[in-house]
Design a protein around this ligand. Structure first.
Ligand code: HEM
Length: 290
């Protein structure tokens, strides 16, 4: 599906529907949709069979789909089954690859930079110790938070975003006319030496509070911003921290090479060019790295 989306973004003739339908991309899209939508249609049918609205009587864990069905019990025109299929497909496509890709980048970088890994692990053991991470720990891991942010800076999942100008506006010497599509290169903003001390290095200290205060609030845009910014941002930070804490509590990560030796490629997301994220893991014997 990503191949299709990217092809339609860069090959403008594919934006004309009647041309798009004649290409291999149309078949690819329909095949992908068939699998994804079929999966969610089945999940909806199975969940509906046993669905009882528990929201008012029971505070046990409810999946997103169960919660949506609960709402529909109260508000029948909340969404049709087909609309639920689309909501679930959107959330799945936006979330399944993003969090895991950033965690993969983080593990490789922590393996390449053991001093940074040691600081992150030391913090985890001093704040949480060896028990399982809990919700209240999430905001107490300041250094891990800085590590994740610098990884998001170096590898923004969406290297660029597009917006349509709703009115004429002045940008430096240029007037951008209403209706014009503007591409914002998040990758370039994140590597701008006017904004970042070490733009091409892994340097979590970019996110020390005093550094953040000095910078323009839109210098860091991994989740975009404004009303169409990422819906999953709080969940994504939480999921990434839970994964990294759980891994670092048990394992020491090792990786060869340096960041600058790993070329990147970008389509609708940023990845290592070879799409390989090689690490070695060693069982951690005590609550320290070496
Ligand atoms: C590290 C993880 C993630 C990153 C870096 C990320 C990044 C982004 C970015 C940059 C956009 C905005 C695109 C734009 O402005 O045009 C976006 C949109 C979106 N994201 Fe995420 N995302 C992440 C995880 C998630 C997760 C886990 C979910 C769902 C649980 C999610 C759901 C969405 C949705 C639904 C949109 C579309 C919002 C809209 O168009 O109104 N994202 N994401």
């Amino acid at each position: 599906m990503y191949t299709v989306v990217h092809a339609r973004m860069i090959k403008i003739w594919l934006q004309v529907d009647c041309i798009f339908r004649l290409t291999k991309y149309w078949n690819l899209q329909e095949e992908g949709k068939h699998i994804l939508h079929g999966f969610f249609r089945q999940a909806i049918n199975e969940t509906k069979e046993n669905h009882v609205c528990l929201r008012k009587t029971d505070d046990s864990f409810r999946t997103l789909l169960e919660q949506m069905l609960d709402i529909r019990d109260d508000i029948p025109n909340f969404a049709t089954d087909e609309e639920l299929v689309h909501h679930l497909s959107t959330l799945y496509s936006a979330s399944e690859d993003t969090v895991t890709t950033i965690v993969s980048f983080t593990l490789v970088l922590l393996g390449m930079y053991p001093n940074i890994q040691k600081k992150a692990a030391d913090e985890i053991f001093s704040v949480i110790g060896e028990r399982d991470i809990e919700e209240t720990d999430i905001n107490r891991l300041d250094y891990l938070d800085m590590v994740i942010r610098d990884v998001l800076r170096l590898f923004p999942i969406a290297p660029f975003i597009a917006r349509e100008a709703t009115q004429d506006f002045q940008l430096d010497e240029m007037v951008i006319p209403k209706g014009c599509t503007v591409i914002v290169s998040i990758h370039n903003i994140h590597r701008d030496s006017k904004l970042w001390k070490k733009p091409n290095e892994f340097y979590p200290e970019h996110f020390l509070p005093e550094e953040v205060r000095e910078r323009h609030p839109y210098a860091f845009l991994p989740f975009s911003a404004g009303p169409r910014g990422c819906l999953g941002k709080p969940y994504a930070y939480m999921a990434m921290k839970v994964m990294l804490v759980t891994i670092l509590q048990s394992y020491i990560i090792e990786a060869d090479g340096k960041l600058e030796e790993k070329p990147l490629k970008a389509d609708i997301s940023v990845r290592f060019k070879d799409e390989i994220y090689p690490i070695r893991i060693k069982k951690r014997k005590c609550n320290n790295i070496k």
